[in-house]
Ligand binder design. Structure first.
Ligand code: PMP
Length: 455
């Protein structure tokens, strides 16, 4: 950490900021990274050091860190009409325009958009929507929510209950009524001698058993990320969604696709649901909707849920829920421009055309003696490190292998993310092939250095 006489940015941060989702031993040892600006896929700290951000911020800064067009759209809207709410049937014109655009981009022929400020709020809102619909339909007991092991759906009390991470026990969560289905990660959870097809069939069978055990009449919905992101980039086993979809239909359980990471092109398709042919009943969107330039989340309801919610709200006279700053004109103008950039500036095309090179470079880590699994789809990749490749036994957590890799990478000017035993890469959509090579060269060097240190 730079010593500037007791007044450095880092010291000011340490004195005044409380960081969530931050590895405290690393923070104490290395201090924070205080940033001033970005250019393309790089960000710069207060000392002028440049970092290639291989995680697009938090999966969201996909158009780079200084996209002039998006900034201009933000400024133009700020001049015209910067802030308004969407309660009491009032709304900014640009927000109406954005809603039309989102429905046309969605997999639904028609539907409705409800705005929030974040992915957590959107998932939380969806839960309340399901609860209200069911109560008004005379089924108040239909409240349980199914998510899957390794799921990440947010940090509010309800969405932390949906997020199947061990750290949520720190808060005494999950609340009752939040159920866990299996994680369809074949490499980690497949049984010895079990084929991937048999594994997928077992995942579906177990889901049916869970529904039967709990009582289908008590279950409000199932939420699933097309590819589990913060769980460590886990694509589903082959045929997984095709296998579970009919079961949910049979029991009339809505399937909500949490597209907070996968949505808007991360996998080379507009939605992860398109990639796997999921046919969800609603979509949860956030992150790339504004390319990371403005907080925004959205629940995009398909026609059936939209009609049911409207009916319930009419009976109750309103949907008694809303966030002051949600659906703001500034956010809407930014989102409209970001969607233009994704579609017309060819960002999603770039993901599609560069994915083979990204995945090929990723796959080279498969030769490392401590790589358990390399997995990826589109511009999301993970390298899971293990102590023993045969048994898949993880390293002793005290060794902090993935944190060490991320810390060492940072020294070299590369931002990558430790997620459990995996190191995760999710570059901005504007990355070039040459920058992809730089990113992987830096990571290869980093991994070699860390294993040389560990011995
Ligand atoms: N759902 C998924 C799939 C996510 O990855 C995240 C955040 N990473 C969220 C929900 C929560 O979004 P937010 O951090 O905006 O609340």
């Amino acid at each position: 950490m730079a010593d500037t006489g007791g007044n450095s940015w880092e010291e000011k941060d340490m004195a005044n900021v409380f960081h969530g989702f931050t590895d405290f031993p690393s923070l104490k040892e290395n201090g924070p990274v205080v940033l001033t600006h970005g250019e393309g896929i790089h960000v710069f700290d207060v000392h002028g050091k440049r970092y290639l951000d291989a995680n697009s911020g938090l999966w969201n800064n996909v158009a780079g860190f200084n996209h002039t067009g998006i900034v201009e759209a933000l400024c133009a809207q700020a001049q015209r009409f910067p802030g308004y709410h969407s309660f009491f049937g009032r709304i900014a014109d640009v927000t109406v325009e954005l809603s039309e655009r989102l429905i046309s981009l969605s997999p639904f022929d028609s539907g409705k958009v409800y705005y929030t400020n974040s992915g957590s709020e959107a998932n939380d809102t969806m839960v309340k929507m399901l609860w209200m619909i069911n109560r008004r339909k005379g089924m108040p007991e239909r409240r349980k929510i199914i998510t899957r092991i390794n799921a990440y759906h947010g940090v509010t009390v309800a969405t932390a209950s949906m997020t199947a991470k061990p750290y949520n026990s720190e808060f005494g969560l999950p609340l009752p009524g939040f159920l866990r289905a299996d994680c369809p990660h074949f490499w980690r959870f497949g049984l010895e001698e079990e084929t991937e097809d048999a594994f997928t069939a077992r995942m579906a069978r177990n889901l049916r058993d869970l529904i039967e055990r709990e009582g289908p009449e008590t279950i409000a919905g199932m939420f699933a990320e097309p590819v589990q992101g913060a769980g460590g980039v886990i694509p589903p086993s082959k045929g997984y969604f095709d296998a579970i979809r009919p079961i949910l239909r049979e029991y009339d359980i809505p399937l909500i696709a949490d597209e907070v990471i996968c949505g808007f092109g991360r996998m080379g398709t507009m939605w992860g649901s398109d990639y796997y042919g999921i046919e969800p009943d609603a979509i949860i969107a956030s992150k790339c909707i504004t390319a990371g330039y403005y907080p925004m989340g959205a629940v995009i309801l398909g026609a059936k849920l939209a009609a049911e919610l409207e009916e319930a709200s009419e009976a109750a006279e309103e949907f008694p829920h809303g966030f002051t700053a949600a659906g703001s004109p500034l956010g809407s103008a930014v989102a409209l421009k970001a969607l233009d950039v994704l579609e017309t500036e060819g960002l999603i095309d770039n993901v599609r055309s560069l994915t083979p090179h990204f995945l090929e470079r990723l796959s080279r880590f498969g030769d490392h003696p401590h790589t358990g699994e390399v997995r990826g789809v589109g511009f999301m990749g993970a390298i899971e490190m293990v102590a023993d490749r045969k048994t898949k036994a993880p390293f002793d957590s005290k060794l902090r292998v993935s944190e060490r890799i991320a810390n060492k990478a940072l020294e070299k000017g590369l931002i990558c993310r430790p997620l459990g035993a995996a190191v995760v890469l999710a570059p901005p959509f504007i990355i070039t092939n040459a920058e992809t090579d730089t990113m992987f060269d830096l990571l290869e060097e980093t991994v070699a250095d860390v294993f040389a240190e560990i011995g």
